[in-house]
Design a protein around this ligand. Structure first.
Ligand code: ADE
Length: 269
């Protein structure tokens, strides 16, 4: 596989969605190796506890550091050996046995040492996820997501992990989700479609890199047959066959749309 993605979550069921559509095809074709791990596999009490009350008081619960520590230890160990994750204490092999699957795109660091695997921690307190970030993640040597729930993960986990991973606390946008799972799904989709071969027609990637919301402009509206539908006609210029005129029309539409909906994207233009 070109890219291995590990996900640690207390709701592994969310990631069944990855078996659908283009990402599902890429996994089936062996382009992507996605492994979902249940954080509770690294708990040791009868109730498989992952949270506790916050020091200093306040509402809600905080995710305990110990299960995260063990899960991340297992992730690091699996990069060293053959790519399998073992919940500590049980010795069980959780992910599928495929020695070749630990092969990822490798980029050396400036000093020639092995690159740190990227660990994405979705949080509304993170820096904003962008297309540029998706492009960067798409060429990472390894990608992992740590999905927090409740009020977040004990911050010492982030501190400890920062010496061993390239940790990125990332927010999907200025709104609050119940946990990192849905944000992780969105980020994986944005990243995976940039991995060579995942999208059938790579031209669609080239086109959007300068025509969509990627620091460029919003895309003009699109139409298909029939030319008239419920009394509404497709803009005549699109039926003209004049490619220069069509390009000019789309550019004008893009600029108008961007000015009204996303003037922030025009600042650099
Ligand atoms: N977890 C909860 N809210 C989130 C957000 N907006 N982005 C990323 N992760 C989150």
């Amino acid at each position: 596989p070109l890219m291995r993605i590990d996900i640690i979550s207390i709701f592994p069921g969310y990631f069944a969605a990855l078996d659908q559509s283009l990402i599902g095809r890429a996994i089936a074709d062996g382009l992507l190796d996605v492994r979902v791990h249940d954080l509770r596999d690294w708990t040791h009490d009868r109730h498989r506890t992952v949270d506790d009350t916050p020091y200093g008081g306040g509402a809600g619960m905080v995710m305990k550091p110990e299960p995260w520590g063990e899960a991340l230890d297992a992730l690091l160990a699996s990069r060293r050996d053959d790519g399998r994750l073992r919940p500590s204490g049980q010795g069980t092999v959780r992910a599928q046995e495929d020695a070749a699957s630990s092969v990822t795109v490798r980029r050396e660091q400036a000093d020639g040492s092995a690159p740190l695997p990227v660990l994405v921690v979705p949080t509304p307190a993170g820096i904003r996820f962008t297309q540029a970030m998706a492009e960067e993640f798409a060429s990472a040597s390894g990608l992992a997501f740590a999905c927090g729930r409740y009020e977040g993960i004990d911050h010492r986990v982030i501190e400890w992990a920062s010496d061993r991973f390239d940790v990125r606390e990332v927010s999907l946008g200025d709104y609050v989700l119940n946990g990192g799972e849905v944000a992780t799904l969105a980020m994986i989709e944005a990243v995976a479609r940039l991995v060579p071969g995942v999208i059938g027609n790579p031209e669609s990637l080239l086109e959007e890199s300068h025509s969509q919301t990627v620091g460029g402009l919003l895309e003009a509206p699109v139409y298909t047959k029939p030319a008239a539908w419920r009394g509404l006609r497709v803009p005549e210029i699109l039926l003209s066959g004049n490619h220069a005129l069509i390009a000019a029309w789309r550019k004008e539409q893009s600029e108008t749309l961007t000015r009204s909906r996303r003037p922030d994207l025009l600042d650099g233009h």
